[in-house]
Design a protein around this ligand. Structure first.
Ligand SMILES: [Zn+2]
Length: 92
């Protein structure tokens, strides 16, 4: 029963799996701005999390679950960034 070593966990917006926060991509939406990819995990604002996998990124973009979680339309540039961060190229 050790306490105090709990790793933060978050749910992927696409597949709904709970993973350690460090494993997920964070997208954050500042109060008066456009959603952006938060590589530091420290930007303020409403955040959503997603697995760094093409599958989850495509799913979230297609179904709009990410936009819904952020309550904001995703700019196309962010969609690009997410695809890149997820490895984009597929497994050749
Ligand atoms: Zn996922």
């Amino acid at each position: 029963m050790s306490r105090g070593q709990h790793e933060p966990e978050r749910r992927c917006t696409a597949c709904r799996q709970i993973r350690s926060k460090a494993e997920l991509l964070r997208i954050v939406c500042p109060k008066d701005g456009e959603p952006e990819l938060d590589m530091t995990g420290k930007l303020p604002g409403r955040g959503a999390y997603i697995c760094p996998s093409e599958e989850c990124v495509e799913k979230a973009l297609k179904k709009g679950s990410l936009a819904r979680a952020l309550r904001r339309q995703l700019p196309e540039s962010l969609a690009e960034q997410l695809r890149n961060a997820a490895g984009g190229r597929g497994n050749a």
